[in-house]
Design a protein around this ligand. Structure first.
Ligand code: NAI
Ligand SMILES: O=C(O)C(=O)[C@H](O)COP(=O)(O)O
Length: 381
């Protein structure tokens, strides 16, 4: 069996080596020539899997080691009877870590408290529901918007997007890109909604770039300039709007989900799906491919203000400022397109909050529930 595998998929040899021979190709370069004699194609989000790619290909299985599937033409796969799997939820915890890191960083930079804000979460799936759970555990007031779920499960617990815009200090977008239909998300935040954001609002998008009208966002930032924006995802990646990047408070190159744990979980889930597609038993356990973290534990022995304690623990694991700075540096060096992709290809090792064990003593014992709520692993001494 011949497998074409995105070069940025970790542990691919370990996970897919038993199925056949692997050819590694950078995701943006995978083309019809590569797949003309392949049996399986394993991608991440940057390979457009469509009729043009698959027209002359005998591929029988496509797997994407990602949550999002907007790069996949599902109709073409169905027409050609090609098996498909994605990795729902694989990096959802990493995205939540990213959101908390971003919000606590902005709070510190601009002198406000996250704990007193109301946060609106748009898209309450694997990412949004985990984010809501952690925010709630931190005692933060939240509102949720998910019209497809409200339609299926009833309105209780869900609000309209307009209510969130009206009542929230912070708006976090975690919607998939859906081009058409009653719940389309293409430019969900259009010019009108962007103009309706109250001064001081923080807008964070870690869903898909096309869910926000970038030109309208740029006008709001160059005009009134009275909102703060965190963007991990962009229209036209990797050729992102350089002037929008200059205007936002935190700009990162679509890495919110790039924890090692999240990437490995994605690879492993697709390995499981391919094994089941082939009617084989999977030979790889997740524990076989996921290494222990370099930083296993941290001890806090006295009281700290709550948000300072959160930042100390969070930054021991992940600091979003590193990714923001790295994009800025790389864009200056190589230009927007190349800089964006270099940051992603050379992404440093990052673990999830849950990999950090925290022990507490003295005054720090009072921080137990808040640190656990933020996603850390509280160890007993
Ligand atoms: N920046 C990054 O690195 C990452 C980005 N993502 C993006 O985040 C998206 C969400 O991820 P998950 O939560 O795991 O997906 P999911 O499929 O579990 O949940 C998506 C939720 O959005 C809701 N939704 C759909 N249309 C909506 C609308 N018009 N308004 C409000 N809600 C709507 C759905 O009903 C669903 O509950 C992915 O599709 C992907 O595009 C995911 C992982 C990493
Ligand atoms: O899982 C998703 O959906 C994502 O957006 C991925 O985290 C993006 O990862 P890459 O495919 O860009 O490596």
């Amino acid at each position: 069996m011949k497998l074409i595998v995105d070069a940025n998929i970790p542990a691919a040899e370990r996970c897919f080596g038993d199925f056949g021979s692997l050819t590694r190709v950078p995701g943006r370069e995978i083309n019809a020539e590569h797949v003309k004699d392949a049996d399986a194609l394993i991608v991440r989000s940057i390979t457009q899997v469509n009729a043009a790619l698959l027209a002359e290909s005998p591929v029988r299985f496509v797997g994407t080691c990602t949550i999002g599937t907007d790069h996949i033409d599902h109709a073409v796969l169905a027409e050609q009877g090609i098996g498909f799997a994605s990795a729902p939820g694989c990096n959802a915890e990493a995205v939540v870590d990213y959101v908390l890191s971003s919000l606590l960083t902005l709070a510190e930079r601009d002198g406000w408290s996250l704990l007193t804000r109301t946060v609106g979460v748009v898209g309450v799936g694997n990412v949004g529901s985990r984010l809501l759970a952690r925010l709630t555990a931190l005692g933060i007031k939240t509102l949720a918007c998910d019209p497809p779920r409200a339609e299926q499960e009833g309105e209780q617990g869900f609000e309209s997007l307009d209510t969130l815009i009206d009542r929230c200090d912070i708006l976090c977008l975690h919607t998939p890109l859906v081009a058409q239909g009653p719940h389309a998300t293409y430019q969900l935040l259009d010019a009108q909604r962007i103009n309706e954001l109250a001064p001081g609002t923080v807008l964070l998008n870690a869903g898909r770039g096309d869910c926000v009208d970038g030109l309208a966002l740029r006008s709001r930032l160059t005009g009134k300039g009275d909102i703060a924006v965190v963007l991990d995802v962009w229209e036209s990646e990797p050729e992102i709007d350089a002037s929008l990047r200059d205007l936002v408070a935190l700009a990162t190159p679509h890495i919110a989900g790039h924890s090692l744990d999240g990437k490995l979980r994605g690879t492993w889930m697709i390995q499981q799906s391919l094994a089941s597609h082939l009617g084989l038993a999977s030979q790889v356990a997740f524990a076989d491919i996921c290494p222990p973290p370099a930083l296993a534990s941290l001890h806090l022995q006295d009281a700290l203000p709550v948000e300072d304690a959160l930042r100390v623990c969070m930054r021991a694991v992940y600091d979003v400022r590193r990714d923001h700075d790295s994009l800025q540096r790389q864009v200056l060096k190589q230009g927007v397109r190349q800089g964006f992709d270099t940051c992603r290809a050379n992404y440093p090792l990052r673990r999830e909050f849950a990999t950090l064990g925290i022990t507490l003593s003295g005054g720090a014992l009072a921080l137990e529930s808040i640190l656990r709520g933020a996603g850390f692993n509280i160890l007993t001494m």
